[in-house]
Design a protein around this ligand. Structure first.
Ligand code: SAM
Length: 242
């Protein structure tokens, strides 16, 4: 039994490695820009490291993983990342240079995702390289990624949140939420589903949350109905021949 379990586990491991190798070759490129280390407190860097760990785990679990990059890593952020057990073996691209250097021949394909952009991201383009600002700042550094992208002359885009839901506060999401939305969208090609899966109910407007709660109640009612149908056969069923 133990041997079987071990064999199953090693098969799963091999499959996962194959999946991650495919992602490295042909997965959607998503870059976490880690050049903001100096603008964060130690606690904020710690939170960012947790978010990066979460991104890595979610990417490894999903059916269609992205080709995840960490670029511009240095300072305390690098020190904290290197303290993560097994970080050296992570199947992720680690690049000390900035994305602008690492992708210098593909500058036209770089798209910085920022809530301050005018352009709305309608779809993901396999050729493009989507950059997410590695920043935990409670929006203290308002507009910093937009300014950086503009200064570098690269495209910007915001997630189409406003087209699908109302937020109770700002539309600025955390790094892991943005990564998870992109991963969900890669699989479903459906923004609404992706937002509802990832953005917590408390961040959404009450009307939205209520509508979803009603939907969930309907689903629960439906499940209840099904359960009852199974438990209590109708009189027709009772009369049916066995
Ligand atoms: C916590 S936010 C950082 C906010 C920071 N003040 C800024 O100017 O970008 C982390 C990153 O997630 C991405 N992000 C957050 N909300 C977004 C949205 N609504 N659309 C596109 N990207 C978003 C951006 O790349 C952003 O830099």
């Amino acid at each position: 039994m133990r041997k079987e379990r071990m064999e199953k586990r090693s098969e799963e491991k091999i499959k996962k490695i194959e999946k991650m190798n495919r992602a490295k070759e042909s997965g959607q490129k998503i870059v976490l820009d880690l050049e903001f280390s100096d603008l964060m407190t130690s606690n904020e860097i710690h939170s960012l490291v947790q978010q990066i760990m979460y991104c890595y785990a979610v990417n490894g679990r999903c059916n269609l993983p992205a080709n995840l990059w960490l670029t511009g890593c240095g300072g305390e952020l690098q020190t904290q990342l290197q303290r993560i057990p097994g970080f050296d073996k992570w199947m992720i691209e680690k690049e000390n240079r900035s994305y602008i250097e690492a992708f210098e021949h593909q500058k036209e394909n770089l798209v910085y995702l920022t809530a301050d952009a005018e352009t709305v991201l309608d779809d993901l383009d396999q050729k493009k390289i989507y950059i997410i600002g590695g920043l935990v700042d409670r929006n203290r550094w308002k507009g910093i990624t937009m300014k950086k992208a503009n200064d570098q002359g690269i495209s910007t885009a915001k997630l189409p949140i406003g087209s699908f839901l109302k937020m109770s506060s700002s539309q600025v999401l955390t790094v892991n939420q943005v990564v998870e939305i992109l991963l969900q969208f890669s699989e479903t090609r459906d923004w609404k589903t992706s937002f509802f899966q990832v953005i917590p109910q408390r961040k959404r407007c009450e009307a939205e949350a209520e509508a979803e709660a009603e939907e969930q109640e309907d689903d629960a009612d439906q499940a209840d109905i099904k359960k009852k149908c199974i438990q209590q056969p109708s009189s027709d069923d009772e009369d049916s021949p066995t």
